[in-house]
Design a protein around this ligand. Structure first.
Ligand SMILES: [Zn+2]
Length: 153
């Protein structure tokens, strides 16, 4: 299922979480409602919004209204509404750029860019083609997994 989103400017944390679980999510800290709706419409994206007025004015669009201000609650609602599987593509996307990360083929390329404990203990590294950030499986990942598991209960 290739679900894509655009989040309104009040949903920055939710946008990051959706990227974390691998879903293409556009987010602009400042965007006019009409531009947001136009972009969603043109690119086949589901609008995520806290703005009930925006929902009311765009009944023909795909919109999920999120009343809660808690990003975890918001994530839970989005996952449940669309029956998203958060494990399938977990950590496959840059949280900052929304670009799919790419597996680093040669470890020597990144040796200087990651802490030595990470280099010594982990085998798979991924790089964002946009910002160059390196991602790897670490202790922060197990915390994120636990958080998602808790949300699904
Ligand atoms: Zn990036």
């Amino acid at each position: 299922m290739n679900v894509r989103f655009i989040a309104d400017s009040m949903l920055g944390k939710l946008a990051r979480w959706l990227r974390l679980i691998g879903f293409d999510t556009l987010y602009y800290p400042s965007i006019a409602d009409e531009d947001l709706v136009k972009k969603a419409h043109n690119e086949g994206r589901i609008i995520l919004t806290k703005d009930s007025e925006l929902v009311r004015r765009n009944k023909e669009e795909d919109i999920i209204y999120l009343a809660s201000s808690d990003p975890y609650e918001q994530l839970k609602i989005v996952m449940k509404t669309l029956k998203l599987n958060p494990w399938e593509r977990l950590f496959s996307r840059c949280v900052y750029c929304n670009k799919p990360v790419q597996k680093v083929k040669s470890l020597s390329e990144i040796k200087q860019k990651v802490p030595s404990y990470a280099y010594q203990n982990h085998f798979s590294f991924y790089r964002c083609p946009e910002c160059g950030r390196i991602y790897w499986e670490g202790s922060h990942h197990s915390k994120i997994r636990e958080r998602i598991k808790a949300l699904l209960e």
